[in-house]
Structures are given as C-alpha cells and as structure tokens.
Write a protein that binds this ligand. Structure first.
Ligand SMILES: [Zn+2]
Length: 445
C-alpha cells in the first residue's frame, strides 16, 4: 500500500484490522473489519466485514494495517516543536528563559509562522495526532497564520494566542497596554476562528500560567472564554519552584488552584496542563468544578518536574487525558507519552509504594483517544470508531513494532503494548480527519 492508494477524500470504504475503545466501555477488535465513511466524513459503519459483504467487496484493503481512532494531544506548544528533544533537565523557569521564550519571540515575524506552521501540523499527523489543543505565541498575526495553516492542512485544532502581562517575552508592547490589547486580539481571533469549518477549528483562551499573568488578566481572560463559549487553558502545579513563585505572587490565594478559582477559570471547558503536585483540597476543587487535566508524563520526566499520582486522581473522579507538551516533552508522539506514563506509574509503585491501579495498554489507548475527546467535551464526535462519529482515523503498520519479522500480534492488547513500548517514528502510515487524508505520514514512509 502506497500513500497514493490511500483515500484522500470521503466517501470511502476501508477494510483493515480495527481496534477502538467504545463509548459504552470496553474495546472492540475486528481482525477483519470494515469502515464506511460517508460524503460528509462520518462513519456510517465500523465493524466486521462479514456483516456487510457487498460494501466489503468494493473497499480499499489496508490489511494487515490496523486502523485506530486518531490520537488526541491535549497540550502542545506549537512554536516549540522545532526544539523537541533538547533542553533535558533544565528546570522549568530556566528552560523558559533559555530556550522557549527566544523561540516564541522569533514568531513576532509572521512569515516565520507561515513557513513553520504547515510542517508542524504535518509532524503531528505523522505521529498519529489528529486533534491538538495547542498554545501559540503572543503575536496575533502569527496566530492567524497558524490557524490558516491548520485550516489548509485538515487537522482538528483548538488553539490560542498566549496571554502574558506580568512577565512577557515581547519587548515591543508598552506594559500598561498589554491586558487590553491581549483581550482585544484574543476576541478578534475568536470571532474569526472559533467554530470555523463547522467546528473543526476552535479557540482556547490561553493565559500562559499564573507566574506570567496578573490576577486581572486571569479574571478577564476567563470572562472572555465564558462569554464566547470557548475553551480556557493554562498550566497548574508543574514544578516546585513555579509553585513557590505562585504563592509569592498571589499571597491572598489559598493555593495554586485557588488562583484560577478566584479568577473564575474553573469549569468543564477548562484544561489545565500538568497538575502534578495537587493537594487534596485542590484535587477536590478540580473534580467539583469539572475542570479537566492534560497529563504530560514525558514532559514531567524530561524537565524533572515531578510524578503525577494518576491512579489516585482517577479514583477521585478527575477527568484526565494526555498531552505531549512539546517541547517540554521531547516527542510529539502520544504513543511515547503513553510509554512515559506507564513507566512513571510503575516507578511510583516500585519507589514510592503507590498501590493504585496500574493501567494496561488498552487503558492507555483509551486515555489517548476517547479520553482526550472527553476532556474536550467532544466525545460524541470523535475519539472512537463508532457509527455516527466523525472519521478521525489513523492507519498503523504493525510490522514496524513486531519483535521479529512477520510476527505481528494477533492479540489486541499485545499489539497496543508494542505500539506503546516499541513505537517507531514511521509506523503511522495514514491519518484522516472527517475522512480527509492529512499530509504528514506519507512523507515519512
Ligand atoms: Zn506547557
């Protein structure tokens, strides 16, 4: 199967091995499966080929490839993608100053965004990510260029212009005007992009984190998100130095989560990255308000920020999905994030005596697909291969992860285990959003 043979636009029918979490719970595995995608890019059938022999006879046959739901990355910094894999073990605040802020500042020239953004979305698709919740930069023109690139590429993207008024890397803007300007530019971007292409593109109001935002900016940004019906994303409780700095800057707040609570930022459209070191009070408050968390274990290990007590959080009812956090995380692949998360949980058990449940490969697959869709409130639309959902898919060649040639796993849990623990950068051979094939995977093969 070559990329040119893959369907580029809906409608189409695919025969493949299918593996997907199900909205009602559990997993569906069809060794000889069939997917039917209608002209609008929706799945009208996902099941055994034997149930629809006439459709199966005319389908494009991808076997032995495996079709999975597209992966959902809930936390990524798009301009930092070129830095992925460097900066190991710098603490968070040093890493921001040395690597991250200079990179983001280079996007003050919108032609940099125009040049890089298309390749960045291709890199996500090559990693199997079909939905990304991302941070951009503080510059509006660069954000328009980034959204334009997402619109053209076909990825499902919820993005936001970064807001910072306490310590910003932009050296041009007069500090006293930053808040008004940032709100106005965010509102302009919302008007143009939130819900664009029938909801494929969305906006997340994006105050970077409490250290770089005044209480006014946090409050006004949350009000803007509520009024416009967008998402609201920021970081919380990542690194001990950062937490201490938040306590110093917000002495009136009870704790880090309370800073966002007082701003009116906690709710079901809120996605907080990291949340590693939460107190019981903070955890309870996130659960109570319905705020969601992007778990970024690869980043947490790479920067050395800490280790999330994931099992405890899940038992408490916190809604958690996965994020790459490039370039705090070294790799765009959500399969790599699953691997880092699995090792992290095992290390907690070995070193810290954590007796919480250890997640299996199919649990990680669920968290990286349907779980991510649930965090975004999009689980009725994407996240699994089920009739009625939009056809956000990836095709993976299991030969890349087999331990010896020709020995692909028949057991679905074994297969996903190898995709996680033996990930190969070229194993994703095709990616589709709403049945439209995305550029990226084919160029790697
Ligand atoms: Zn981040």
């Amino acid at each position: 199967m070559t990329p040119e043979q893959l369907p580029a636009r809906p409608p189409f029918a695919l025969r493949a091995r299918l593996l997907t979490p199900l909205a009602a719970g559990g997993t569906r595995h069809e060794a000889n499966g069939l997917l039917l995608v209608d002209a609008a890019g929706r799945l009208t059938f996902a099941g055994a080929a034997a149930e629809r022999p006439t459709d199966a006879a005319g389908a494009i046959d991808l076997r032995p490839w495996v079709v999975l739901p597209g992966l959902v990355d809930l936390h990524a910094h798009l301009p930092q993608v070129p830095n992925a894999g460097i900066g190991f073990a710098l603490d968070l605040l040093t890493w921001l100053d040395r690597l991250t802020f200079p990179t983001e500042r280079s996007w003050s020239d919108p032609s940099v965004a125009e040049r890089l953004a298309p390749t960045i979305f291709e890199a996500f698709a090559a990693a199997g990510t079909t939905t990304v919740l991302g941070y951009g930069v503080v510059y509006k023109a660069a954000m328009d260029a980034t959204f334009e690139a997402a619109e053209a590429h076909g990825v499902r993207a919820i993005l936001g212009k970064v807001m910072m008024d306490r310590s910003t890397y932009d050296r041009v803007i007069e500090p006293s005007t930053i808040l008004d300007r940032s709100l106005r530019e965010s509102a302009d971007l919302i008007a143009r992009w939130h819900g664009a292409d029938d909801g494929r593109l969305g906006y997340a109001v994006t105050p970077r984190f409490a250290v770089s935002c005044s209480a006014d900016m946090l409050r006004e940004s949350a009000a803007l998100a509520r009024a416009a019906g967008t998402w609201w994303q920021t970081h919380v409780s990542e690194d001990p130095f950062e937490i201490a700095e938040v306590h110093r800057l917000f002495p009136e707040a009870e704790d880090y989560v309370d800073v966002y609570d007082r701003a009116g930022g906690l709710g079901e459209r809120t996605v907080l990255a990291h949340a590693i070191h939460l107190s019981e009070r903070e955890l309870g408050r996130l659960v109570q308000t319905g705020a969601r968390v992007a778990h970024c274990p690869a980043s947490n290990l790479f920067i050395g920020a800490g280790v999330m007590p994931l099992a405890h959080y899940r038992e408490a009812g916190l809604v958690v999905g996965l994020g790459s956090d490039v370039s705090g995380g070294p790799d765009l692949s959500i399969f790599s994030v699953m691997r880092a998360g699995a090792y992290t949980q095992m290390a907690r058990r070995s070193l810290a005596g954590d007796e919480g449940a250890i997640l299996g490969p199919l649990d990680w697959l669920r968290m990286g697909t349907l779980g991510g869709a649930e965090v975004l409130g999009l689980a009725d639309e994407i996240g699994s291969l089920e009739a009625g959902k939009e056809a956000d898919l990836i095709a993976v060649d299991p030969a890349y992860v087999a331990s010896v040639r020709g020995a692909e796993d028949a057991d679905p849990e074994d297969l996903i285990s190898r995709l996680i623990f033996r990930s190969h950068p070229d194993m994703v051979r095709g990616a589709w959003v709403r049945g439209r094939r995305l550029e990226g995977p084919s160029e790697r093969a």
